[in-house]
Design a protein around this ligand. Structure first.
Ligand SMILES: NC(=O)c1ccc[n+]([C@@H]2O[C@H](COP(=O)([O-])OP(=O)(O)OC[C@H]3O[C@@H](n4cnc5c(N)ncnc54)[C@H](O)[C@@H]3O)[C@@H](O)[C@H]2O)c1
Length: 291
């Protein structure tokens, strides 16, 4: 997929961050857009930006964790746009919690969106992508789909799952001779609202606001830069897109030193309050990195 003019692009989680920037960038490239988000007001605002850029656009309220709703959404897009060329399974949330403190409801919430949402969106639209004759699927993983990080077990599990699912599917498309490119994206830190939207063990609103502020300082790449990298990845039909110098580092470390990175990471990370309580030693606050 090299020319986006009059091509139909479906993007989830388009009300903020990477999804919004990608919607606007594709609008400027002449694509027709079917964009969705669980937050209907935010995706309406993105739709307005796309309209301002001259695109044909329709916004949908959609919870990607709700499989029936995703299939109903695919049917609506098919009916309204007549076909689909590009699907970007982007919607995602973050959770910072050591396994020992993690609540099952938070684990289920994250897995339902970050992995369930990607699988739902892939299967609901795969026939449309094949039928288009020049389809492309983009699934958003993370650098945390390349390396395990303390306090990110659920997020790591979902993003490693996205990577495995997507890498497997790309090969299936090749083996089957289906005209669908498949790309797995691993962003490093991107200046979005992901931390503000996150959950964490015992995190109060004030703590989350502070973590959001800190994250804006350490995240290297702007959402517009991420959108540009994703579009280039689609044009070049790349299997993997790394976004930002931090992503290249996350990619290199486990390849260079193998699983020894785990011991090094553990030494530089702080301990969770609950783990410290159980082991009877004092601790700092839990790691709240959220990419
Ligand atoms: N920001 C980063 O540093 C970073 C790094 C690596 C990967 N990612 C991934 O990029 C993707 C986009 O995140 P972002 O950084 O733009 O965050 P963001 O919070 O700015 O945007 C995510 C959007 O997803 C939506 N969303 C949340 N739950 C949903 C649901 N159940 N159904 C539909 N939409 C839902 C939110 O309302 C929000 O608009 C996510 O998959 C995230 O895991 C982000």
């Amino acid at each position: 997929l090299k020319d986006f003019t009059n091509k139909v692009a479906v993007i989830t989680g388009a009300g903020s961050g990477i999804g919004r920037a990608l919607s606007v960038a594709l609008a400027k490239r002449g694509a027709h857009l079917a964009i969705s988000d669980i937050d209907a007001d935010s995706v309406d605002a993105t739709a307005q930006l796309c309209l301002d850029a001259g695109a044909r656009v329709r916004s949908f309220g959609l919870d990607v964790a709700d499989r029936d709703a995703v299939y109903a959404h695919a049917a609506s897009v098919r009916e309204e746009f007549g076909g689909v060329n590009l699907v970007v399974n982007n919607a995602g949330v973050a959770l910072g919690a050591p396994v020992i403190d993690m609540q099952w409801q938070d684990f289920d919430w994250l897995m339902g969106i970050n992995f369930g949402g990607v699988a739902n969106g892939t299967k609901a639209f795969l026939d449309d992508l094949i039928a288009s004759g020049d389809g492309h699927l983009v699934n958003i993983s993370s650098v945390f789909g390349l390396m395990g990080i303390p306090s990110q077990s659920a997020y790591n599990a979902a993003k490693f799952a996205v990577r495995g699912f997507t890498e497997s599917l790309r090969q299936e498309m090749v083996i089957g001779g289906f005209p669908v490119g498949v790309t797995c994206v691993h962003p490093g830190g991107i200046k979005t609202n992901i931390v503000a939207h996150s959950r964490g063990a015992g995190a109060t609103d004030a703590e989350r606001a502070e973590a959001h502020k800190q994250f804006q300082k350490i995240a290297i790449t702007r959402p517009e830069g991420a959108a540009k990298a994703i579009i280039r990845g689609v044009e070049e039909n790349r299997p993997r897109v790394l976004i930002g110098p931090d992503a290249r580092l996350f990619d290199a470390i486990p390849r260079l030193i193998g699983p020894r990175y785990e011991d090094i990471m553990a030494r530089v990370s702080k301990r969770s309050p609950r783990a410290a309580e159980l082991s009877g030693t004092p601790s700092d606050t839990s790691v709240r990195s959220c990419t």
